[in-house]
Write a protein that binds this ligand. Structure first.
Ligand code: ADP
Length: 265
């Protein structure tokens, strides 16, 4: 722990002494450290694609100027790097929004089952392109929660996209919806959405850190897949805002399950 110490002389009924105050500043220092790390991480994440872009611009101005083939190849890479920066900025803005809203409980009544189905619909094309069979099973009648529809769609989309990205040889991602009259976590009705893949999975030692910003199991692989490292941090904040629970299970080589539980309105 760290303390700020202040002393001031005191005089009381003829006694002279010194008043010493200890203020526990551990939490403040930790928050400050987290903020510094975050700024350093963001700068690094932005600098990498930016350095690549600047390098290619120089090459295009110089050696590759008259080489049509090289030019096309470089422009494609530049497009990918620019897209990466775009995704990063988009996710940073999302994260900052959900963080600032975390204490404000959403008040709109929304049908979770419809939101899951619409997230799946939007990702069908991506799944088909990746040769992944994407399906929804379980409860299929409307279930209402107090929620923010856009944010819940973002939760399901992030989890399903990850399932597709980190798929293994067996390209299958299943979204399972379970309604329960008495969900233990809420001592009342709840709805649980499991996003299950039979992909590469990971060692469970990583689980406690996966929702930290920029934490990745395999840094190189995640970047290659176009990941920003912010998806699960965003999910965690949105689920917290909805007074829900978020759970991760995984077995290396067998696959993973990401579960979101929400209290029913
Ligand atoms: P990223 O943009 O890197 O995918 P996320 O925050 O969404 O960032 O996920 C953090 C890390 O968790 C990923 O880099 C990856 O290592 C791991 N991960 C997430 N989803 C899965 C999954 N379905 N299967 C295996 N690993 C996963």
């Amino acid at each position: 722990a760290s303390y700020d110490v202040t002393t001031s002389p005191v005089e009381l009924d003829g006694w002279h002494g010194v008043l010493v105050c200890f203020e526990d500043v551990t939490a403040r220092e930790q928050a400050e450290q987290i903020r510094r790390d975050f700024v350093a991480n963001v700068s690094h994440e932005l600098k990498t694609p930016l350095t690549a872009l600047l390098g290619f611009i120089e090459t295009l101005k110089g050696p590759a100027r008259d080489d049509a083939k090289a030019r096309e190849r470089f422009l494609n890479i530049m497009g990918r790097e620019a897209e990466r920066m775009n995704r990063l900025v988009r996710d940073l803005l999302s994260l900052s929004r959900v963080e600032s809203e975390e204490r404000m409980r959403p008040s709109e009544r929304v049908d979770v089952v419809a939101l899951v189905n619409s997230s799946v619909m939007t990702l069908r094309a991506m799944a088909a392109e990746a040769n992944v069979a994407l399906d929804v099973t379980g409860h299929n009648a409307p279930v209402f929660v107090l929620g923010d529809a856009d944010q819940l769609v973002q939760v399901f989309t992030n989890l399903i996209e990850n399932g597709i990205k980190y798929r293994g040889a067996d390209g299958r991602v299943t979204v399972k919806i379970t309604y329960s009259e008495r969900e233990l976590a809420f001592r009342g009705p709840g709805v649980r959405i499991d996003v299950i893949d039979r992909g590469e999975g990971f060692d469970p030692v990583h689980i406690p850190r996966l929702t930290e910003r920029f934490y990745r199991v395999d840094d190189h692989r995640s970047r290659e897949m176009g990941g920003t490292g912010l998806g699960l941090a965003i999910v965690k904040h949105i689920v917290t805002r909805h007074r829900g629970r978020f759970r991760i299970d995984s077995t290396p080589g067998e696959g993973s399950r990401f579960s979101v539980m929400l209290p029913v309105a």
